[in-house]
Design a protein around this ligand. Sequence first.
Ligand code: HEM
Length: 454
Amino acid sequence: MEDRRTAVSITDRVDLELDDIQSGVLHERPSPYVGTYLLLRIDDRAAGRELVRRLIPLVDTGRPALDPVHGAWITVAFTYQGLAALGVPQESLDSFAPEFRQGMAARAAQLGDVGDSGPANWEEPLGSGDVHVAIAAISGDADRLRALVERARRADEGLAGVEMIWQQDCYQLPTGRTSFGFRDGIGQPAVEGSGLPSSNPKEEPIKAGEIILGYPDETGELPPMPAPEVLGRNGTYVVFRKLHTRVAAYRQYLRQKAASRADAALLGAKMVGRWQSGAPLALSPDQDDPGLGTDPHRRNDFGYADDPRGFKCPAGAHARRANPRDALDDDGGVNVRLHRMIRRGTSYGPALPEGVLEDDGADRGIIFVFAGASLKRQFEFVKTQWLNDGIFIGAPAEKDPLVGPNDSSGAFTIPTTPIRRRLQQLPPFVVTRGGEYCFAPSLRAMRWLAQLAT
Ligand code: HEM
């Protein structure tokens, strides 16, 4: 859990209807955490509505707690097929964003989910059209999680027309890091009205409408919202992706390209934009600074404008691509604030023990979770324009070195003087195992769904 108590900006200029918003959207997960994702299929409309009715009391809302030992909570989201299975009128279904209606599998080519990452190779039932309801249960405590998951599972008990079709457990690795060895979940925007201040004093909280539907966004407009209002308002789109990480391949690649262990750590940090500890290259370009990496007041307090050529942090580094901060604002008019997102990723699978270079065949990686008001302008834009393409940084052939769809022909430029360094033949280190575009409705909307009459 990132402690934001002393950060600067106050984020209460907007009245968010916090009691109606699922708290998983605004609430940071605890650290350490354990969690479970459950996917369900609705075969019978009435049973599906009864499921929604039973899930309502389990969903947590309200002002996000600053207390890191928050109990346990679940978030419930629906795919387009799920809303259709519940009997949401066609007129209303048509009012959802086109990308959501198509679903993630249909967007695979645009997203770079091809080859091993293509839907034909996805884990069943992801992308099959059978996924209707997605439930995420997260807690700081295994016993509380077990009790909550038990309650969630009981919600479909005796409902012949609802079936649990997939379960994925997740947990924070003992290192507190993700499978590649890096601390994750640091760079997050603060949301106006959430009550949580910004961890980056250089970034004003983003407008509530960037994340929660029904409020003005950064353009001053209300973003397109599904109709009727009771269904759309206080909801948010959610992207759920199971991303397998090829940790042995990553370590082998670094071993092959680096002159020493220290050099391998540096190359890894250049690829990510942060050292494994979480310390940003922008503040500590030459060596890791674990104290900085764990200091919530300093580790996100930076921009890139003073490093236009990327000598400290390469423009192609993952975190700088995913959030270029002030590096783009005056350059070409790209408004970075229109492409921010809430991330709620978690780790799954066992860690590959330190120093092991051979693949042990285990499935490990990240359940990447995005929350935001626009699949297209936020998740898809960042994925396609910034991670999968290098035009915006003047290196069209370069994809994200860590998470981009590289095919062993890609390159990554590390500006250094007198001669830049180039990593060649980048293989893919991340394989998409599947995912879904979902919509996490408000509590009021869940009640509306449970009571649909047609
Ligand atoms: C397996 C895949 C991925 C891994 C291992 C990964 C890892 C990381 C790490 C280590 C950081 C730096 C720590 C932090 O700021 O939280 C980071 C930051 C970030 N990542 Fe990823 N990431 C993955 C996929 C993605 C994808 C698919 C997206 C978006 C489409 C994304 C968006 C971001 C964003 C927005 C940041 C924060 C940048 C900032 O505010 O400075 N990541 N990621």
